[in-house]
Design a protein around this ligand. Structure first.
Ligand SMILES: Nc1ncnc2c1ncn2[C@@H]1O[C@H](COP(=O)(O)OP(=O)(O)O)[C@@H](O)[C@H]1O
Ligand SMILES: [Mg+2]
Length: 456
């Protein structure tokens, strides 16, 4: 060990020592709160920077304030100023031996642009269950570099959160992807290890703050089991726990000609997410296609949607969020008009979040015959995964969490569909206007609408 950095490995508790000693490509660590995970990461990162000159290390946390208080500030107290200097605007600690520790927070898809092309030897993902599977996969792609430094990905975690499912799969259940046609897509079980730790493993904390254990023990049952004991089944965390592969996901089939088809989308520059649905004779909906892409301007989003709608595929209506009707500053047009000009008239969906999410739940619920009202073709995998991962809002358990934002778009598209479908199904037939006396043309991007256009 470098004499530049005085550190006694005996300071680490036994679980932290296992963490330091792991030689696997992916090391999971933790499971409960207070086990000393963040401390272990910081310390390991510093040891790496001193002992592997030129190493590039990335420490990721979901938000910048967490990064600042958990990593940047404590670490700056530890490094000797003559050995490393911190650049606050680049969020990077540069060591005189050429090593680098970069502190990053994850802001969804735009972070992919920021990190694209970067290379790291070690990556630390602190509180990994706050990260999506997609973020984890993307970050894994940064683990490369032509040097002799072993590549390592360290993941700390508590149960619950948008990443609960992938962390549990890889580190707890150890269910690995195998048998893929492209062998590179397979996961090698030998690359993964997990070191469970609870607050009992952290003697330093128990000594310094005996009240911490009491605080964990007085939490509500499910949180206590998850955070105190690290039980992964205590907190699934999903807002739609009723969604199951068995009940709601089907292998794609040829859609009968008589079934009506609809689209619904959520639009933002960060993500355009579009969903295609077909409705059978019994009024059940089948989501049969999905498409999403970030960075599309309105015109290109409309084009992409039409290109993915097959010739001869008649779409009865396309439901869209109400903000599509706000006027753009530069063109003076609404986004709905731009869609219309692009050949895709759209229908304004109700944007009541809680009500809309309840409609999704209602359609996922089983009917008296034991089958739900909403199914997904298995090719709509991203939508199914987002529905499974999205969490309840901490402040309003009736609503979905709006963060992390990147798992909300596809769910929103499904919500616009479900709320439009249920509301219009409930609306009594009355030519020329709906039950509230509102003219249907108001819903439209520009003329030509008739009541039959949006009614199911
Ligand atoms: N080996 C250690 N020696 C001294 N203090 C430690 C050690 N490990 C953890 N701590 C302290 O215990 C507290 C909880 O540790 P932390 O790493 O934040 O836990 P976690 O991230 O698992 O919730 C922090 O104050 C941390 O500094
Ligand atoms: Mg921590």
């Amino acid at each position: 060990m470098s004499a530049d950095y005085e550190w006694n490995p005996g300071d680490a508790n036994p679980k932290q020592r296992l963490f330091f000693a792991s030689r696997k490509l992916y090391t999971g660590y933790g499971g409960a709160k207070g086990g000393g995970k963040t401390w272990a990461m910081r310390t390991k990162a510093l040891l790496g920077a001193y002992n592997y000159p030129g190493i590039r290390i990335l420490i990721m946390r979901r938000t910048y304030p967490e990064l600042q208080s958990n990593h940047i500030e404590p670490m700056l107290k530890l490094v000797k100023p003559e050995l490393a200097g911190y650049n606050g605007s680049l969020h990077s600690l540069y060591f005189v031996n050429g090593s680098l520790i970069h502190f990053g927070h994850w802001a969804g898809e735009q972070s992919e642009l920021e990190y694209n092309g970067q290379e790291y030897d070690w990556i630390f993902l602190d509180e990994a269950t706050q990260f999506t599977w997609r973020a984890f996969q993307f970050l894994g792609g940064l683990l490369r570099g032509v040097n002799d430094i072993p590549k390592r990905f360290y993941v700390t975690c508590n149960p619950g959160g948008v990443g609960h499912r992938w962390v549990k799969r890889l580190f707890i259940d150890r269910e690995f992807i195998s048998g893929r046609e492209n062998p590179e897509e397979n996961e090698d079980p030998d690359d993964y290890t997990f070191i469970p730790a609870t607050v009992e493993d952290n003697a330093a904390l128990l000594k310094a703050s005996p009240g911490y254990l009491r605080m964990l023990s007085s939490m509500p049952e499910n949180l206590r089991r998850a955070y105190r004991y690290g039980e992964w089944d205590a907190l699934g965390g999903s807002y739609f726990p009723e969604l199951s592969e068995k009940a709601h996901v089907v292998e794609p089939f040829a859609i009968p000609a008589g079934w009506k088809r609809y689209r619904a989308f959520d639009y933002g520059l960060d993500m355009f997410a579009c969903a295609w649905f077909a409705v059978d004779e019994a009024g059940r909906s089948w989501m049969y296609r999905e498409y999403s892409k970030s960075g599309l301007i309105v015109k290109d989003a409309a084009k992409a949607m039409l290109e993915r709608t097959l010739p001869g595929e008649r779409i009865e209506a396309t439901f869209a969020p109400p903000d599509m009707w706000s006027r753009q500053k530069d063109s003076g047009k609404t986004m709905a008009e731009l869609f219309f000009e692009g050949g895709a008239p759209i229908v304004r969906a109700d944007n009541s979040r809680v009500q809309g999410h309840m409609m999704i739940k209602e359609m996922l619920a089983k009917r008296p015959d034991g089958r739900p009202s909403l199914f997904f073709f298995s090719n709509c995998r991203q939508t199914i995964d987002d529905l499974k991962d999205i969490q309840a809002d901490e402040n309003d358990p009736n609503d979905c969490a709006a963060e992390p934002h990147e798992v909300t778009h596809r769910v929103d598209a499904v919500r616009y569909y479900c709320i439009s479908r249920v509301l219009s199904a409930e609306r009594p037939e009355r030519p020329g206007g709906d039950a509230d006396g509102m003219d249907y043309d108001e819903y439209m991007a520009g003329g030509g609408a008739t009541a039959s256009y949006i009614r199911f």
